[in-house]
Design a protein around this ligand. Structure first.
Ligand code: TMP
Length: 238
């Protein structure tokens, strides 16, 4: 493959920048150490996070590709930069849960840490101005955020991703509590997994001690944020 270098900055999000390349169908994602929570109200930096999230997301997407899930991943270019397929993001945040935690516990008044017999799935409308409101599939179709068959594909992939990642993390002594996914459309309309899978977007607890090894340490001011990112990456590589 030709050497890919960063062109024009197309988009800057809260945790990543996206650059054009010479190839119109490929872009470079560059991971930052910036962290936000609660719709950007809480801001901070997690030193070294960008490097860890880049590497972890690439390892997990490579694994998922082997399991038959199409992803945007093409090639890791450096510590922080990855070449990915250019997609149009489906404006839905897809959340899969195996154990009660976070907004689920808050909304339904149940303690964190109760395992579910079956995983759950929910969608929110990816829209900062509206604060990412929850919606169901019918709402998503009514709002023309996605077609019915796209939502079916997204659900099928999301549960398969959950099964594969839950299994993988278990071998490293980690419970995959919940996570958020985003999907994109390739120019031919094919749905692929996009964005990232990292401690920013997953709840990852030590299976024995339930120690939180993810962004909740930042969200909830639990301390040891950087160490948790280092620890979870080490565990994945063991
Ligand atoms: P929640 O319990 O706050 O709804 O979060 C569910 C999962 O989604 C959790 O693993 C963290 C992740 N998440 C994101 O990746 N981005 C977000 O903006 C939010 C609110 C949650």
């Amino acid at each position: 493959m030709a050497i890919m270098t960063k062109g024009k900055l197309i988009y800057e999000g809260k945790a990543k920048k996206v650059y054009e390349t010479d190839d119109n169908e490929l872009v470079i994602v560059s991971y930052k150490d910036d962290a936000t929570a609660f719709d950007g109200l809480k801001k901070g930096t997690i030193a070294g996070k960008g490097v860890i999230n880049n590497k972890m997301s690439n390892i997990l997407m490579t694994h998922l590709e082997k399991c038959g899930i199409p992803t945007h991943f093409v090639e890791e270019l450096s510590d922080r930069d990855t070449l990915v397929k250019r997609v149009k993001i489906v404006p839905l945040e897809v959340i899969v849960r195996n154990v009660s935690a976070g907004s689920f516990s808050k909304k339904y008044g149940v303690p964190e840490g109760i395992p579910f017999e079956e995983p759950t799935i929910e969608f929110s409308y990816k829209n900062d101005e509206l604060h990412d409101p929850l919606l169901n599939e019918y709402h998503a179709i009514a709002l023309k955020l996605a077609e019915k068959d796209e939502i079916e594909t997204i659900k099928e992939y999301s549960f398969k991703i959950n099964a594969e990642l839950k299994k993988l993390w278990k071998t490293h002594g980690i419970t995959l509590v919940d996570f958020k996914l985003e999907f994109g459309r390739l120019p031919d309309g094919k749905i692929v997994l996009a964005d990232e899978i990292s401690p920013d977007t997953c709840r990852l607890w030590d299976s024995k001690t339930s120690k939180k090894l993810d962004k909740d340490r930042f969200r909830r001011d639990l301390g040891g944020v950087e160490d948790a990112y280092i620890e979870i990456m080490k565990r994945l590589c063991e």
